[in-house]
Ligand binder design. Structure first.
Ligand code: PA5
Length: 395
C-alpha cells in the first residue's frame, strides 16, 4: 500500500458526507471499475482482441486526447523499459514463443500540429498497423483529424474491406459521430461507460485494450487499484493535506518523480487535478518535475524561489544512488521551507501503478469537493471545444 508521511487533522463528519456524495454522483463509476473489470467477460474480450491485434500488426496507432490517451500512455511509457526486457509481452497472453514480439504503440490525435501528424504517419511507415481510435464524445477535433489521415493510409495499404478489420473504436455506446461511423462501417467497438469521465477512465476499456496490446499485466493493475478502495484512508488524508495547504496560500503543487519514464504519468496526474479542481477560481495548480534532471533547472526555483508551492514526491523503490538523491532533495527542500509530502509507492510495476491511479482519482474527487467544486465536469474544456468548432465551421 502507498505510505504517506503526513497526518493532517481531518473533519470526519465532512469526509463522510463528501464520500457519500461522491458515491451518489452519476459519474462515480470509476470506483466500480476494478471489481467490474477484473475477471469479467469484457476483459476476456479485450484480451482476445488484443491478441488478434498483436498477430496482425507491428504497430498500434492510438488516437485520442486528454482522458482518452493520457492514462494508458502514462502506464505504457513508465513500464516500457521493463516490458521490453520481457520481449514486450507477458506470458499471460499465452502466445507461443515465436509470436512474442513488441508491438509499438504510436500516439496521434493529441494535438493539431501537422508536423506531429506527418511524423506519426512516417513512424508507422510500411509496417503492418491497426488503429484504436478513442473518443468518448466521438466529436473531438484533434482525434477526428488524425483518424481521417490514418484511415486513408490504412485503406491505401489494405483496401477498404481489410481496413475495417483493423479499426478499433472506443466510444460512447449510443451516441456521437464516431459511434455512428463505427456502427455504419462495422468497426470492432469498445465502450466508455457513461458513468465514467474521460480522466477517470484509465481502468476501463479506454486504456485496457492498448495496455494489453503493449504487454501490460492489467489483472495486476486492477488488483492494485482494488487494494486502495479497501483502505482509502491515505488518499483521504492526502486530499485534506492539499486542501489545508491550499487554504494557507500554497497554490501550486509540484509532483516530483525520480524516474524519467514516469514523465507521462505526471501529465496524467496534472490533467486529473487540473481538469477536476480548477473551477470557480478555486483549486491548486498542478505542475511536475523529474529529478535529478530538473534539479539542474527548476531545482533553483524549488530551493529558493517564491514560497507558494508544495512538493509531492511520488517515491518509487529505486537504486541506491537515486535513493540518495531522493533523501538529499527531501532534506534540502524542507530546509528551503517547502512542505514536502511523501507518497511511497511499494512497487514499480502494474500493481504499484494500479494503486497510484485509484489513490489519485479518489483523492482528487475528495479534494475537489473540499474546494467546493464538481470533480467530474469540465466546463472550461467544453468552452474551448465550442469556440474551436465555431471557428472551423463544424469540421
Ligand atoms: O477528462 C476529460 O473529460 C477530457 O480530458 C476528455 O477526455 C478529452 O477532452 C477528450 O474527449 P473525448 O474522449 O470526448 O474525445
Amino acid at each position: 500500500m502507498i505510505k504517506i508521511n503526513f497526518n493532517p487533522e481531518i473533519d470526519k463528519e465532512k469526509t463522510t458526507r463528501i464520500l457519500r456524495e461522491i458515491r451518489a454522483d452519476k459519474m462515480s463509476g470509476f470506483l466500480d471499475l476494478p471489481k467490474k473489470m477484473y475477471g469479467s467477460k469484457e476483459l476476456q474480450r479485450v484480451k482476445k482482441i488484443a491478441e488478434g491485434i498483436r498477430a496482425q500488426s507491428d504497430v498500434l496507432v492510438c488516437i485520442g486526447i486528454g482522458g482518452s490517451y493520457l492514462g494508458h500512455r502514462a502506464i505504457i511509457e513508465a513500464l516500457r523499459p521493463q516490458l521490453s526486457k520481457n520481449s514486450g509481452i507477458r506470458d499471460f497472453l499465452g502466445l507461443p514463443e515465436h509470436e512474442k514480439k513488441e508491438v509499438q504503440i504510436i500516439y496521434a490525435g493529441n494535438s493539431l500540429s501537422r508536423r506531429e501528424l506527418d511524423y506519426a504517419l512516417r513512424q508507422v511507415g510500411d509496417r503492418d498497423f491497426s488503429i484504436n481510435v478513442i473518443s468518448k464524445s466521438g466529436m473531438t477535433l484533434e482525434p477526428a483529424v488524425a483518424f481521417k489521415e490514418f484511415k486513408r493510409k490504412l485503406i491505401e495499404k489494405y483496401g477498404e474491406a481489410e481496413a475495417v478489420k483493423r479499426i478499433y473504436a472506443t466510444t460512447d455506446a449510443n451516441f456521437g459521430r464516431l459511434h455512428d461511423e463505427a456502427v455504419a462501417k462495422g468497426y470492432t467497438c469498445f465502450t466508455v461507460p457513461n458513468n465514467v469521465g474521460g480522466r477517470y477512465s484509465v481502468l476501463s476499456e479506454v486504456s485496457l485494450l492498448p495496455l494489453v496490446v503493449a504487454g501490460v499485466d492489467v489483472d495486476e493493475l486492477l488488483s492494485g487499484a482494488a487494494q486502495v478502495l479497501k483502505s482509502p484512508e491515505a488518499a483521504v488524508k492526502y486530499a485534506w493535506m492539499r486542501y489545508i495547504l491550499g487554504k494557507r496560500g500554497y497554490d501550486t503543487e509540484v509532483f516530483a518523480s525520480f524516474e524519467p519514464s514516469t514523465a507521462y504519468f505526471n501529465e496524467w496526474v496534472k490533467q486529473l487535478f487540473g481538469e477536476s479542481e480548477g473551477k470557480k477560481k478555486q483549486g491548486i495548480l498542478p505542475t511536475s518535475v523529474i529529478y535529478s534532471t530538473d534539479l539542474h533547472s527548476l531545482g533553483q526555483f524549488m530551493q529558493d524561489g517564491r514560497r507558494n508551492l508544495f512538493e509531492t514526491i511520488v517515491d518509487f523503490p529505486t537504486d541506491d544512488l537515486n535513493a540518495k538523491v531522493v533523501e538529499a532533495v527531501r532534506i534540502a527542500h524542507i530546509e528551503g521551507r517547502i512542505p514536502v509530502l511523501d507518497l511511497a509507492v511499494p512497487t514499480f510495476n502494474e500493481r504499484g501503478f494500479g494503486e497510484l491511479i485509484m489513490f489519485f482519482e479518489l483523492a482528487c474527487a475528495v479534494s475537489a469537493k473540499l474546494f467546493g467544486v464538481n470533480p467530474f465536469d469540465q466546463p472550461g474544456v467544453e468552452a474551448y471545444k465550442k469556440v474551436l468548432h465555431q471557428k472551423i465551421n463544424g469540421f
